[in-house]
Design a binder for this molecule. Structure first.
Ligand SMILES: Nc1ncnc2c1ncn2[C@@H]1O[C@H](COP(=O)(O)OP(=O)(O)OP(=O)(O)O)[C@@H](O)[C@H]1O
Ligand SMILES: CC(=O)N[C@H]1[C@@H]2OC[C@@H](O2)[C@@H](O)[C@@H]1O[C@H](C)C(=O)O
Length: 364
């Protein structure tokens, strides 16, 4: 077992999550300490300004340094980490065009922390024809396998829904021998999740999020905007598939004439509608949907999902996992897989023709 630290700053641009995990790259030996470092208002503004930029943009060196410093600062709180998995900040994602861009140089983080760092997890998958995302599904398989071992889940297929800036779903069969085994996983991005909600709150209310979903719960979803959104060809495209953070900018623009509460309610209904529309791509309906990521703290979202879906919906805490730290743990687990040369994605998670072990390793 290796004691790894995973660090993730997601598309909602709220800060960096860090979490320890013990693993051999297949099974989860145990979970450890975790921490969150929020981006300051200034850091968040700089990162928002970098959205859509590719590595050759003049602003990138300064922005990458900001990302590296925030991560190195947080990593110092975990002196027992033998290995660090550093995702970097996704600024642009266009797998069928320019590629995928996570700002931050793992070599700089290795120098600053004195620990080996695994990073650049997505490029190799994209280079080989995959979507480069989502990458957490193989870890969701490991989580399900772990939960079955703990007696918290029956040995049967289950689905995880991650609600960060963008939503992504993983259907996993914990009885499969490995996550890359045929039939073990099927995953894809479902649609926009918290990113447009946060953007709405920032633009209209100067707040970073709709706390608890209170604003959305007080509004009424606009049926016309919702129907137009769900008519997007994206929902007819089979899985696997991945999204850029702002791929559904039309949805945000369509909210212009609505009250704050109705706009928030429409975004929540759009999120739940996207997940419901995605059900058709799953190999079979899972017994339950386990929700992780910040969106599960939004009661309006959880209610809308329960109303829109045919199976029970619950937070991952019901099976003993930490839904705020799952992605950070995932990048610790994935880092160990990269170190061991094990695949981190495959045909049913990113659409890459063969399972791929991506990532780069930098030593201090
Ligand atoms: N108490 C809360 N009430 C409402 N929304 C919340 C709450 N806590 C978190 N959120 C939402 O969840 C978001 C953060 O989710 P998360 O940390 O999973 O995102 P992320 O790391 O950017 O993810 P990803 O990489 O999956 O896009 C916040 O920006 C906010 O929109
Ligand atoms: C390109 C990129 O960073 N995508 C993120 C984003 O946020 C959620 C969803 O879109 C998912 O595809 C992915 O993150 C998680 C960690 C993943 O790769 O599984």
């Amino acid at each position: 077992m290796i004691r790894a630290l995973g660090m993730m700053s997601g598309t909602s641009l709220d800060g960096v999550d860090a979490a320890m995990i013990d693993t051999d790259g297949i099974r989860i030996g145990g979970f450890g300490a975790s921490a969150f470092r929020a981006f300051s208002d200034n850091e968040s503004a700089v990162l928002h300004g970098g959205l859509g930029l590719w590595p050759d943009a003049p602003a990138i060196p300064d922005l990458a340094q900001l990302v590296e410093a925030a991560h190195a600062d947080l990593a110092q709180r975990f002196p027992d980490a033998q290995l660090i998995g550093f995702h970097g900040q996704t600024l642009a994602h266009d797998p069928r065009g320019r590629g995928t861009h996570q700002a931050g140089d793992g070599a700089a983080v290795a120098r600053a922390t004195g620990r080996p760092v695994v990073w650049d997890f997505r490029s190799e998958d994209v280079r080989r024809g995959g979507e480069g995302a989502p990458l957490v599904p193989f870890f969701h398989w490991a989580c399900a396998e772990w939960a079955v071992g703990q007696g918290a889940l029956p040995p049967a297929p289950v689905a995880f829904l991650n609600l960060g800036g963008v939503g992504n779903i993983s259907w996993v069969d914990p009885t499969a021998t490995a996550p890359e085994a045929p039939g073990a996983c099927l995953a894809f991005d479902t649609g926009p999740a918290n990113a447009p909600l946060n953007d709405l709150m920032r633009a209209r209310r100067r707040q970073s999020r709709d706390e608890g979903g209170a604003l959305a719960a007080s509004g009424q979803a606009d049926a016309g905007v919702l129907a137009q959104f769900l008519d997007d060809p994206w929902f007819r495209r089979p899985a696997p598939k991945s999204l850029d953070r702002d791929q559904f900018a039309d949805l945000s623009r369509a909210l212009a004439g609505l009250s704050d509460a109705d706009a928030a309610a429409t975004l929540v209904a759009a999120l739940a509608g996207s997940v419901a529309a995605g059900m058709r791509w799953l190999p079979a309906l899972p017994a339950q949907l386990l929700v992780c990521g910040g969106g599960r703290h939004n009661t309006a979202i959880m209610q809308a999902l329960a109303d829109a879906l045919p199976m029970p919906v619950a937070a991952v805490e019901t099976i003993g996992l930490d839904g705020d730290m799952l992605e950070a743990q995932a990048f610790g687990w994935l880092a160990v897989r990269v170190l061991k040369g094990l695949p981190i994605s495959g045909p049913m998670t990113t659409g890459v023709p063969e399972p791929v072990c991506g990532g780069r390793i930098s030593h201090p």
